[in-house]
Design a protein around this ligand. Structure first.
Ligand SMILES: [Zn+2]
Length: 401
C-alpha cells in the first residue's frame, strides 16, 4: 500500500498543494479519496482535522488510516491531478492552540512536575488533564505566567525526525510508543515532545495563553485554556459583558463585583424587612376580621374567600388568626388552583385536618394537616363559598355538646 506523503509534517504553513489521485472508494457519506501527498491534517492526537477543498470539492473529513490519509468528499474528483487548499484560518487557529498546549503542559511540569495525561482541542476551547488534583490557584497562575514568558521570548519551534531507538534516549516530556520514525516538536530550551500535530514556527505566533477554567476531579485536574485569536475573542467578550454590567451600575469596571455584593446584601435585607411587614399586616387584619364576627359557643369563626392578588397574605392571615383567643379561620383563595387554609387557636374543639378532609371529599381537591392547621385546594373556584359554608357547619357541629 503506498503511503500518503504528509506535507504538513515538514511544512505546517503550506496552504495549497498539487497531488495525484491514487484511488477513490465509495464511503457512507460520499467517497474516500486517496492522494499521493496531502497538506490536510487528519483528526488525531487531540487535534481535529483540517477542512478545505480538493478539486473544488469540500473536504468533509480527513481520516488517519496509519499509512494513508482518506479525504472524505461528496463525490470523486475527475482526472488524476488535483489541487488542494486547506482552510487556513481554521488550521492556524489549531496551530496556535496545539503549540500553546505543548508550552502550557511543559510549564506545568516545570513548576510542580504535574504531568499532562490527555489533551483535547475543542471547537470553542481546549483542555488538558493533569495527573494531580492538588493544584491551587497559585500553581495555575505560576504555570500560566511561565507559559506566556516562553511566548514573549519568541523562541523557535523546530520539527525534526528521529528513529524510534534514538528518540527514546532523548529527554522527551512524555515517552512515545511509536515505532519507526518519530516526529519531534521542540520548543527551544523548553519542551521536546513526540507529536504528529501542526505547529507554529515560533512561540510568539501562539499569542496569549489564557487559562479559563479549572475543574478538579478525583486524582486529576482539567485545565481549560485559550490561545492566540481565541484568547483575544474571549477577552473582548469578557470586556463587553463587564462593560454592560458597569453601565447598569453607572460605575467603573473594577467596582462591579463590590457593587453586586452590596446590592445583593441590600436586597436580602429588603426581603426580610418586607416579610416582617407582611406578618405585622396579617396580625392587624386578623384582629379586624376576628372582631367583626360574633362569638358563638365561645368561638369566633372567620369565613372568607380572598382574591388571587392576596394569595401571599392568606396563609399568614390564617396563622395570625390562630394566635387570637377562641378563633377559627376558614379561608379560601380564588386562584388557579384554588387554595384553602383552615386554622384554629390551639386548644379549640375542632380538628382542622379532619374538617379539611371531609370538605375536600365532598367538593374535590387535595390537602391535609394536623389538629390546628390544615391546607389544601384544587377544588372548583365556583364552589369555594359553598365549601367554606360546609366546613363552618362541620366546625359548628363539633362544638355542640
Ligand atoms: Zn502535540
Amino acid at each position: 500500500m503506498p503511503r500518503t506523503e504528509r506535507l504538513y509534517y515538514t511544512d505546517c504553513y503550506l496552504r495549497e498543494f498539487e497531488a495525484r489521485v491514487l484511488r477513490s472508494e465509495p464511503a457512507p457519506n460520499g467517497f474516500k479519496v486517496y492522494l499521493n501527498r496531502t497538506a490536510f491534517y487528519p483528526a488525531s492526537g487531540g487535534q481535529p482535522a483540517d477542512s478545505g477543498m480538493i478539486a473544488g470539492l469540500p473536504v468533509l473529513e480527513a481520516v488517519d488510516e496509519r499509512d494513508e490519509i482518506a479525504h472524505i468528499l461528496r463525490q470523486a474528483p475527475e482526472g488524476e491531478g488535483v489541487r488542494g487548499r486547506i482552510d487556513w484560518a481554521r488550521r492556524f487557529d489549531h496551530m496556535q492552540q496545539h503549540t500553546g498546549q505543548h508550552i502550557l503542559s511543559a510549564a506545568f511540569e516545570k513548576i510542580g512536575d504535574y504531568k499532562t495525561a490527555s489533551f483535547h482541542l475543542g471547537e470553542d476551547s481546549s483542555s488538558i488533564d493533569l495527573d494531580s488534583d492538588r493544584l491551587g490557584p497559585r500553581q495555575i497562575e505560576e504555570a500560566e505566567d511561565a507559559a506566556n514568558q516562553v511566548v514573549f521570548e519568541d523562541r523557535p519551534v523546530r520539527i525534526s525526525f528521529q528513529p524510534a531507538g534514538e528518540a527514546s534516549r532523548l529527554d522527551l516530556r512524555k515517552p512515545t510508543a511509536r515505532e519507526g520514525e518519530v516526529r519531534l516538536v521542540e520548543v527551544e530550551g523548553f519542551d521536546l515532545s513526540a507529536c504528529g500535530g501542526t505547529h507554529v514556527s515560533r512561540t510568539g505566533a501562539v499569542g496569549l495563553i489564557l487559562v479559563r477554567k479549572v475543574e478538579r476531579m478525583k486524582g486529576s485536574t482539567r485545565v481549560e485554556f485559550l490561545c492566540g485569536g481565541r484568547a483575544q475573542q474571549q477577552a473582548r467578550r469578557d470586556f463587553r459583558v463587564l462593560s454592560e454590567a458597569a453601565q447598569l451600575f453607572s460605575a467603573a469596571l473594577d467596582t462591579v463585583p463590590e457593587l453586586i455584593a452590596k446590592q445583593s446584601q441590600e436586597l436580602r435585607e429588603e426581603i426580610r424587612g418586607r416579610e416582617k411587614l407582611l406578618e405585622r399586616l396579617a396580625e392587624y387584619r386578623a384582629r379586624e376580621l376576628w372582631q367583626a364576627v360574633p362569638v358563638v359557643d365561645g368561638r369566633r369563626v372567620v369565613r372568607q374567600v380572598f382574591p388571587a392578588e392576596e394569595s401571599a397574605q392568606v396563609k399568614l392571615l390564617a396563622h395570625a388568626l390562630a394566635k387570637l383567643p377562641g378563633a377559627v379561620g376558614l379561608l379560601g383563595v380564588k386562584e388557579a388552583p384554588t387554595k384553602l387554609f383552615f386554622a384554629q387557636t390551639p386548644g379549640g374543639t375542632s380538628e382542622m385536618g379532619s374538617v379539611l378532609k371531609q370538605t375536600l371529599a365532598k367538593f374535590g381537591g387535595k390537602g391535609g394537616g394536623g389538629c390546628d392547621f390544615a391546607q389544601g385546594g384544587g377544588l372548583e373556584e365556583s364552589r369555594l363559598e359553598e365549601a367554606l359554608a360546609f366546613a363552618e357547619a362541620l366546625v359548628a357541629g363539633a362544638s355542640r355538646p
